[in-house]
Design a binder for this molecule. Structure first.
Ligand code: HMG
Ligand code: MG
Length: 305
């Protein structure tokens, strides 16, 4: 198989998933989740956020989480950083990668980070420059690429402009986020293609929430358009506390099943991932949101026949 058959899944469950939990998740559970996901074969497991604990109390233990995880050869644990203060904290924790974030719509960006889009691009410019000087891998997120919970439709030109700005700033990879999970396949493909006209496709990733049940269809459309990096969260955890109505991320295990069926390689052990999904759901006292985690490993199609 060619390298074009290789998909890198960025596992965002410990960050995008847990940030939305209203009850405080014990630090030890977060550490165990990250270690389990690292052992599943993901090359990137986004670990936590160095955002303001006043805004996201759930992520206040970011330094303790990082100090507790077991480093694993070949696995990176980037962290979300909103500003210079976040970068200071991340550097003090010895991270090797960060992710900065902004939205394509002012209305969401103001709710999420207290500044409009141009303001956040300005705020992030020195953060990205310093992180690169320190030798860190830098990812950028663009939120609300297929719709904003406060503004409604988001012009494609705004999405492309912000994506190009993050690329220009020095982000090695830009993840295009349907924060509230409202987009459908044709829109997703057209949005990706528009961004790819300004930024090379190999620098782009897609990030779908599954609020309207469209995430897998959107991924498929974007795979056909050439994307090879896809974000997902174990057990379909997640949402953004500042995005009204946003539900969980696309579940990693459902994504792996799709990708394997398409003959694409992920390097992820599906049994271990489904076990991890069931385990974190039990820890959070809830039923699995994903399809695959509801099927016992030994009864999965292809095993029981
Ligand atoms: P602000 O209130 O304008 O910031 O918030 P400030 O600079 O005025 O600081 C306010 C207080 O927070 C101060 O403390 C600062 O020191 C402190 P005080 O003096 O009052 O005691 N502070 C910090 N503390 C620790 N770490 C920091 C930090 N920064 C300030 N880094 C700010 C602006 C950006 C900080 C805030 O709005 C924030 O932290 N927002 C983060 C919101 C968030 O994490 N949202 C979820 C992640 S985005 C997402 O999920 C979308 C994504 O998944 C993609 C998609 O789905 O679309 C990525
Ligand atoms: Mg998200």
């Amino acid at each position: 198989m060619s390298s074009n058959d290789q998909i890198r899944i960025v596992e965002v469950g410990p960050r995008d998933g847990l940030q939305n939990e209203s009850a405080q998740v014990p630090t030890a559970t977060k550490i165990a989740l990250i270690d389990r996901l690292s052992a599943c074969g993901f090359l990137v497991v986004e670990a936590t956020s160095f955002v303001s604990p006043k805004w996201i109390p759930q992520m206040a233990d970011a330094a303790e989480v990082l100090a507790g995880i077991t480093p694993r050869e070949g696995v990176m644990h980037p962290v979300l950083v909103p500003n210079e203060k976040g970068l200071e904290r991340a550097l003090a924790s010895g991270v090797r990668g960060i992710a900065v974030f902004t939205a394509a719509s002012d209305a969401f960006n103001l709710k999420n980070t207290n500044i409009d889009v141009d303001g956040s691009l300005q705020r992030l410019t020195p953060v990205v420059a310093r992180a690169r000087e320190a030798g860190l891998w830098v990812r950028g997120y663009v939120s609300t690429v297929l719709g904003c919970p406060y503004q409604g439709a988001v012009p494609l030109a705004d999405v492309v402009r912000v994506t190009a700005a993050l690329h220009e700033m020095g982000c090695a990879e830009i993840s295009l986020g349907d924060t509230i999970g409202v987009g459908t396949a044709k829109q997703a493909r057209e949005m990706l293609q528009a961004c790819a006209s300004e930024v090379p496709m190999e620098r782009l990733a897609v990030h779908f929430h599954d609020t309207y049940g469209q995430a897998l269809a959107n991924v498929f459309a974007c795979l056909e358009a050439g994307v090879r990096v896809v974000d997902a969260a174990v057990a379909g955890l997640g949402g953004c506390p500042y995005a009204q109505g946003a539900s969980g991320n696309l579940a990693s295990e459902d994504l792996v099943w799709q990708l394997e069926g398409l003959g694409l390689r992920t390097g992820v052990d599906l049994d271990a991932l489904c076990d991890t999904a069931r385990w974190i759901n039990a820890e959070l006292s809830r039923e699995p949101a994903s399809k695959l985690a509801r099927i016992p490993n030994e009864r999965r199609f292809g095993r029981a026949h």
